[in-house]
Design a protein around this ligand. Sequence first.
Ligand SMILES: [Zn+2]
Length: 400
Amino acid sequence: MKKSLIVLLSLLLLVPCASCAAAAEADSSTLPFDDVSPSDWFYGDVLTAWQSGLINGKSETLFAPDGSLTYAEAVKLAACMNQLAAEGAVTLAADTGSEWYRPYVTYCAERGILLEDYAWNQPAERAVYMEIFSRALPADALWPINEVPDGSIPDLGGVPEKTAAGVYALYRAGVAQGTGSDHACAPWANVKRSEVAAILTRMMDPEKRISFSLSVPAEPEYRIEVIDGVTYVDGILVVNKTYSIPASYAPGDLTWECRAALDALSAGAAANGLSIYAISGYRSYEYQLGLYDRYVARDGKAEADRYSARAGHSEHQTGLAVDVNSLEYAFADTPEGQWLAAHCAEYGFILRYPEGKEEITGYRYEPWHIRYLGVETAKKVAESGLTLEEYLGVTSQYAD
Ligand SMILES: [Zn+2]
């Protein structure tokens, strides 16, 4: 099996495609791109991937090595690799028009390579493209060569289990190795086209795979990463008085995961004869700026800081936080408030500002404010009995 797959994968190098026909006619032994130099570490990988027709230039003379891989491009690559391994040839072709990627999406969805839809034209997150790639080849084509025990990749704490499984599979196969001396994945960062060329080379050619090993740290360490001005602690996005997000961070609404979880929570409540509904979800930087200023004018800065976030410090700007039902403390004692406290973790939420924790979270008790973390993480935090700050070992204090 291994041998035959290697043959198949090396055939991938020869797969013709319309967009690289011009390249095939010209001299294909060197790259025609002005922005990739033979001294670049990725030159050989880009050459191989370009010769294979898997990756094209952005134009005849530009490759855009620092450009981000989109979800659509990731799915196209996964579909081509899979079809070649399964059928010995690639017959898939792009649609004309703006949704050129549809045939690849359909192909991958039908074969269980793709388990959900993504914003196809957006840059792919690293962990997600790895998850997709990990299912693109038969399991025995990605045989493990490295010791990478569960828990040894340092920054996958906030990543869903199925996604993390894909990351581990590529690390174990020696296809991906992460960044830095501790092989961190940087799961939410985007992936450059130059890096994908290297990954493709290793997917196709087992001899190019990388040997390394990781071990689980004796003391779990939480790792802080700042990506585009947004702070992730062990993969969990954190916004509080210590950690801000830029004004430009504007999802525009609740994220679809948070929205879906909230719908499920409301349905769960309804099944118990209770009504739980959002009264405030996403708030933009500008909206929070006005809101906070009004509270300061009314109550003074010190008091306003106890219950309202300064612009850039509100969890509502992330699209992951929701206020439900009522901004009255009495909500905590209603059947809805009690059900929410007892069951929200089952739907992926935590009560973000619990009673008696103002010194730690930076905010007064808010029985109505829930934060989406995903079911796995929310349950862990809830079972720990800790606030998110304590759970992650971070502070929540303004610098001034
Ligand atoms: Zn709130």
